[in-house]
Design a protein around this ligand. Sequence first.
Ligand code: ZN
Length: 85
Amino acid sequence: MRTGKIIDIDCKCGFLLFRYFKAGKGRLIKVLISRLTDDKVGLSGAETHSRPQCPNCGKDIGIIMMIHGEPALKLNQGSIKTVRI
Ligand SMILES: [Zn+2]
């Protein structure tokens, strides 16, 4: 079994943005869209280089980029609560 766990990613305003299966330890920098669950932001189908916002407070939560051919969200560390495992 792979190590890792489902973590909640919250905006600084307290709104739950999505959940993510994080493998390994360390700071969460970017998330693969295909591995999100409970996507409250509507990230699946977002265009590359678009900047999704928190539906609650309107802050930019990051930028969509392609990583190894897969869409991913690079998190804006200033907008989300720090996540530790
Ligand atoms: Zn927010």
